[in-house]
Design a protein around this ligand. Structure first.
Ligand code: HEM
Length: 406
């Protein structure tokens, strides 16, 4: 593989969108090296990205991925790294038929009705938060708004008792940062926490997703095995929390960056908010890269034959800003862009398309609506100093210091 200064190179951490745009125009498929040393291929253009997201020759089977990653890391001289923690036995890291089975079981418990019931709960949480935030003092919209709200929702959904939620935050952060010094211990603690939660819900089922997943076999021939149940809870906590926090943070930042026009527009026209959130999902996608896939049989993308055992990432933000699909102004935020023309890949595509899209959208829409209504004169501070989070997969801001004003 040829080396590139593009993806995961030094300027990727300061301006990932610019690097993604540049790499996409350079080639449809580029070689890159992840910070942990793993060599990968990155697919950059919309048509290829959409095809790859739904290509059965690109496997997401957890065992096959772990084996291939270990092999690639060894070949690159990093033999001692163990990637297995990330790739649990759950729906995101499975191929059919296991994927079909796990997705069906998850959908059986994760019903539209359950998601709908969360909206009034979420509106109350957001209203409480707004009522308790100080005016005219610096508030960080990431750590005080974008992160705690989705964590509270996912805990509500899973049935995590209120007093057990706060200690989960540092654990989730440590796992997401994937720091070899802290992530394994955090991961062990979270396994312990979920094991206890499952035990508790077995004895005393409630009206929550964990209880529903335990009892999902009611009248069904199938059932989640213990490790699959644990893996699913891990996935839901991570997939449902970090992603949504980024969507809320990226949308707040995009709007407050231009408070005279954009923030005012959503204050005066809240009916535009669903459109705005979708446009941010496209323009500043909360998930930069779709998760790892391993080539199961030779497959050609962008004129390059990818070989079995090689790892593929799909750059959602490059694909979502591809002028071939979204026109010459694809790299600009257009709050009036018609969402029905969008067909962006912010929630993935095909077999592994996000199961929480409705929930994530609802959380972002309600947060923006509540904040724009409550604080029409909010001001984002230190704009030139703002930093992106240093994550290869997730796309968010470290902090958004803001003065709230009514
Ligand atoms: C899958 C994005 C919120 C649960 C995905 C994928 C993306 C994504 C891009 C596909 C990954 C791939 O193909 O490698 C997002 C974004 C969200 C969000 C941008 C924020 C708004 C949520 C929420 C939940 C959730 C709130 C659940 C509570 C899942 C699950 C999958 C998934 C279970 C795996 C589906 C499968 O493999 O069949 N998400 N997600 N997501 N997401 Fe989300």
């Amino acid at each position: 593989m040829t080396l590139t200064a593009g993806f995961f190179g030094s300027d990727y951490w300061t301006d990932p969108l610019m690097v993604g745009d540049r790499e996409r125009e350079r080639a449809a498929v580029v070689a890159a090296t992840l910070p942990d040393g793993l060599p990968v291929w990155v697919i950059t253009r919309f048509d290829d990205a959409r095809a790859a997201l739904d290509d059965p020759r690109l496997s997401k089977d957890s065992a096959a991925l772990v084996k291939a990653i270990q092999h690639q890391l060894e070949a690159a001289g990093y033999g001692d790294r163990n990637p297995s923690g990330m790739f649990g036995p759950h729906v995101l890291f499975s191929d059919p038929p296991r994927h079909t089975r796990l997705r069906k079981l998850l959908m059986y418990a994760f019903t539209t009705k359950r998601v709908k019931a969360l909206e009034p709960v979420f509106r109350n949480m957001t209203a409480d938060l707004v009522a308790n935030l100080p005016l005219h003092e610096e508030v960080d919209l990431i750590s005080q708004v974008a992160v705690p709200l989705p964590l509270a929702v996912i805990c509500e959904l899973l049935g995590v008792p209120a007093d057990a939620r706060e200690p989960l935050r540092p654990l989730v952060d440590a796992i997401n940062l994937n720091d070899p010094a802290t992530a394994p211990a955090a991961s062990d603690q979270l396994v312990g926490f979920f094991t206890d939660l499952i035990e508790h819900k077995r004895r005393k089922p409630g009206d929550d997703l964990v209880s529903a997943l335990i009892h999902v076999d009611d009248g069904q021939p199938d059932k989640l095995a213990d490790d699959e149940l644990l893996g699913t809870l891990f996935l839901l906590l991570n997939a449902g929390h970090d992603t949504t926090a980024n969507l809320i943070g990226n949308t707040l930042r995009a709007l407050l960056q231009d408070r005279r026009y954009r923030w005012r527009l959503v204050h005066e026209h809240p009916e535009l908010i669903p459109n705005v959130v979708d446009e941010v999902l496209r323009y500043d996608s909360p998930v930069r890269m779709a998760t790892h896939r391993v080539v199961a049989e030779p497959v050609e993308y962008g004129g390059i034959t990818l070989l079995p055992g090689e790892i593929v990432l799909i750059s959602l933000h490059s694909a979502n800003r591809d002028p071939r699909q979204f026109g010459e102004h694809a790299a600009q935020l257009d709050l009036h862009r018609d969402r029905h023309d969008l067909r962006h890949l912010g929630f993935g595509y095909g077999l592994h398309r996000c199961l929480g899209a409705t929930l994530g959208r609802m959380e972002a829409e309600v947060t923006i609506e509540t904040f724009a209504r409550a604080f029409p004169r909010a001001v984002l501070l230190d704009q030139a100093e703002l930093r992106r989070r240093r994550s290869p997969i997730m796309n968010g801001w470290d902090r958004l210091p803001t003065l709230l004003d009514v």
